[in-house]
Design a protein around this ligand. Structure first.
Ligand SMILES: Nc1nc2c(ncn2[C@@H]2O[C@H](COP(=O)(O)OP(=O)(O)OP(=O)(O)O)[C@@H](O)[C@H]2O)c(=O)[nH]1
Ligand SMILES: [Mg+2]
Length: 452
């Protein structure tokens, strides 16, 4: 589907501020008209031309390289002009003002990518991969974003969607031709295909989940009683003196945050107020906030002082209820005081790491434990840098296929199974953007940078 946009858009594609080169990009129907006005020459397609850029009084604003990409062979699929000039904020502004005076408007964030999507140059997952590549916080994430941009994720989703469509057609045809005595409800092929699709979906979900850790990071909340060394652990993990550490119980009141990489896995770490009953109104608020953060956490690092811990059995620890409903690692801190060696164990079904936040001994073991607990693997083969919306769509597709199987095997309801397959197909096609609501598109592209 080719969408014709009547208005032509322009924006600086390079970051604002001073730099060697700045690029201004223009896309749309008016590009051909403004080239002679702006450059006083014609541009051959896709060839670099060194030329002055003129204002309305024939004064030279700047000079540099001009490139013309006639449609459809451009990023947006429209006529595109790129002007590479000097990277000074004032000169770029003058050039943009001149372009805007020629009946062109400033592009919204992500509008070039949105046009590329609407003109069928890239699908939605690829458009998102562009933003992810720009925003990548590690080499690993950047490589994965590039692979999605090249269409690897989309291809996998399309293959799966085709399998669903194929099966759906088969089921629907079987319903229509019941007279021909095709006993499709007992057709093993249908059930087998559904199970195969379900397995395929599970595998993709697994890879996508891995990728979503890489893209969005996990949130780990450090919690525990006062004075056990929570803030010391935050400082140690982040390598900065973020939190105040004192031997006064109840030092931390506010929620403190940092963002770190554990071998390329991004993690938001949050330090919280020590949990205890307190009459102090400020501390009470801090404890309330600590609970609030724990409720949202992907992982809780529950810190205990090893000196107290040893005298207790884990069962005797007075844990807040929330701790039992989240993945948790028990961090037995201050082993330097007991001369223990760092270790990583499982005790009564819980992950326990013995370390010293003061000396840093054992902190690497904690990092390894965090990675294995969230299922993070270093190898990137087959992982997709998925967004939450992709995971959500994959989960829905998975649930619909599961329902379809149930309709067929338990209730012998062929029509309902066909409907479930249709819903599974719809959920999958949201990922590549074949069926996506306009407001979702708006939300996705508005988070892009201007000029992209
Ligand atoms: N020897 C030793 N002391 C530690 C260790 N970790 C923390 N401490 C000390 O324990 C005291 C409390 O440390 P914090 O990091 O402030 O503890 P906290 O859990 O954040 O305490 P609150 O904010 O009051 O809840 C400080 O005196 C730290 O120096 C450790 O591994 N070994
Ligand atoms: Mg603290």
């Amino acid at each position: 589907m080719k969408v014709i946009h009547t208005d032509t858009i322009a924006a600086q594609a390079t970051p604002p501020g001073r730099g060697g080169v700045a690029i201004v990009r223009v896309s749309g129907l008016r590009v051909k008209k403004i080239i002679p006005l702006l450059l006083q020459c014609e541009l051959p397609p896709r060839q670099a031309t060194y030329t002055p850029f003129y204002d309305e009084n024939d004064n030279v604003i700047d000079e540099g390289i001009a490139l013309f990409f006639p449609n459809p062979h451009s990023f947006t699929g429209e006529d595109v002009l790129e002007l590479h000039g000097h990277g000074g904020p004032v000169v770029v502004d003058l050039l943009l003002q001149r372009i805007l005076s020629l009946g062109i408007r400033l592009a919204r964030p992500g509008e070039f990518s949105e046009r590329a999507f609407l003109n069928g140059k890239i699908d939605l997952a690829q458009a998102e991969a562009i933003a992810d590549l720009i925003d990548a916080s590690s080499e690993h994430a950047a490589r994965l974003a590039m692979r999605s941009l090249q269409g690897e994720f989309s291809r996998e989703i399309k293959t799966l969607t085709e399998k669903v469509i194929h099966l759906r057609m088969y089921v629907e045809a079987s319903i229509d031709f019941v007279d021909e005595e095709i006993d499709f409800l007992n057709d093993k092929n249908i059930v087998n295909s559904m199970e195969e699709i379900q397995q395929h979906l599970t595998a993709i979900l697994q890879k996508a989940k891995q990728g979503s850790f890489l893209r969005e990071g996990i949130t780990a909340v450090i919690a525990g009683e006062p004075n056990v060394g929570k803030s010391s652990l935050l400082n140690c993990l982040s390598g900065k003196e973020i939190a105040i550490v004192t031997n006064v119980p109840g030092t931390t009141r506010d929620v403190l945050r940092d963002y770190i990489l554990i071998d390329d896995m991004p993690m938001h770490i949050i330090d919280t107020a020590g949990l205890r009953t307190s009459d102090d109104i400020v501390e009470q608020e801090g404890i309330r906030r600590a609970h609030h953060e724990m409720e949202k956490a992907d992982l809780i690092l529950y810190v205990v002082d090893v000196n107290n811990y040893h005298s207790k059995n884990m069962k005797e620890l007075e844990l807040p209820e929330i701790v039992s409903s989240r993945p948790v690692i028990f961090v037995c801190n201050k082993i330097d005081l007991t001369n223990q060696t760092p270790s990583s164990d499982s005790e009564q079904g819980h992950s326990v790491v013995y370390l010293s936040a003061k000396t840093g001994d054992g902190v690497d073991l904690l990092k390894q434990r965090i990675k294995s607990l969230v299922g993070f693997k270093q190898e990137e083969q087959g992982i997709f840098l998925a967004r939450r919306r992709h995971l959500d769509a994959l989960h829905r597709a998975h649930a619909h296929v599961k329902d379809a199987l149930r309709q067929l095997s338990d209730r012998k309801a062929g029509e309902l199974a066909a409907e479930d397959l249709r819903l599974a197909q719809l959920a999958l096609s949201e990922i590549t953007g074949e069926f996506t609501a306009d407001d979702l598109l708006g939300r996705i592209f508005s988070s892009f940078c201007i000029g992209k």
